[in-house]
Structure formats: C-alpha cells, structure tokens
Design a protein around this ligand. Structure first.
Ligand SMILES: [Zn+2]
Ligand SMILES: [Zn+2]
Length: 169
C-alpha cells in the first residue's frame, strides 16, 4: 500500500486524497490465525505542511477470527481513524530521524503502520455475541447449539470442582 507524494512535495500547503485497497495476508493473534475477509480499505488525505506530510483518514476492513468462548468462526468489522506525520528521510532533522515516521523516494509505504493500527484495535478476546454460552467445560458441547446432559452449564468451573467434593443436596 504505497502513496506517491512527489507532486505533493513540490507544493507546500497542498493536499491530496487517496483511496487505497489492498489484500493483507493472515496474521497470528493470540494463538489464532486471523484472516482478512475483505481487502483493507484506506481513505487518506495527505497535506504538505512544509515541515512534514500530515496523513489522516480512515481504515476499514473485516477480519475473520474464532470466538474465544465457543470457538466458532466469526467476522469482526474494523473502522478506525488513522493519523500520522511522515517526514522525508533525506530532509529529516536528527530528532526526526529518531522519532518520526520516515519515507524514501517520494513514496509513503503504509502497510506496516496500518497493520499496527489494526492489531491495536483488535479486542483482547473475540466473542461472537455478548450472550454466547460457550462450550460445556465437561463434554465440549457448543451450548449455543445444543444442551448437554452435564447440567452444569451455569456453574462456574471452579465451583463445579468444589461441588465434586461437597455434594450439594
Ligand atoms: Zn461464541
Ligand atoms: Zn456437557
């Protein structure tokens, strides 16, 4: 996902709009293989402020993950704000070389930053729906789809362990 900024660099104060679409490869996240259900769509406005290129816009896509409770596949939409300041590597000051995002050859290579934003926006745990009942901790039945005969689906597994030792009348 590259943005060519040669024109923009010639004209301080100018801006340009970009509409980018790219397929991203699957990524490892929390032990799961996340795939992208749709190409990553980036709409971007880049402005030449004289000191740097200010890029802001939006990142939209949809990833496919597994619910952490019931393990079923689920889609997860992402719609994020994006904003960064990019500095030409050849014109950067020492401070910018250390701290700023750099681009070379009049091209901003966005993939890495976009992927970072996507990863930061992912939930700690994927859950297919708030009321997902998950799997029975004894027999593994998906409790969204069927009832099992263990009869303990509402008991906290830690309490269930206790109940074995102190049977409740
Ligand atoms: Zn689920
Ligand atoms: Zn069960």
């Amino acid at each position: 996902m590259k943005v060519s900024v040669a024109q923009l660099l010639r004209d301080e104060g100018s801006s340009a709009n970009y509409d980018l679409l790219e397929e991203f490869p699957p990524l490892q996240f929390d032990g799961d293989d996340l795939t992208f259900e749709s190409p990553v769509h980036v709409t971007l406005r880049v402005s030449n402020t004289g000191k740097e290129l200010l890029a802001n816009g939006r990142v939209q896509t949809r990833v496919r993950a597994h619910c952490s409770r019931c393990l079923e596949e689920m889609g997860y939409p992402l719609d994020l704000e994006y904003e960064d300041e990019w500095v030409s590597a050849v014109k950067a000051t020492d401070d910018q070389l250390e701290n700023a995002l750099l681009f070379e050859k009049d091209q901003i290579e966005l993939n890495e930053r976009i992927l970072e934003q996507i990863v930061l926006a992912l939930p700690m745990k994927f859950i297919c729906k708030p009321e997902c009942k998950g799997l029975c901790s004894h027999c593994g039945t998906n409790l969204n789809q069927a009832k099992c005969s263990c009869g303990e689906e509402n008991i906290d597994p830690r309490l269930a362990e206790l109940a074995k030792w102190h049977p409740v009348e």
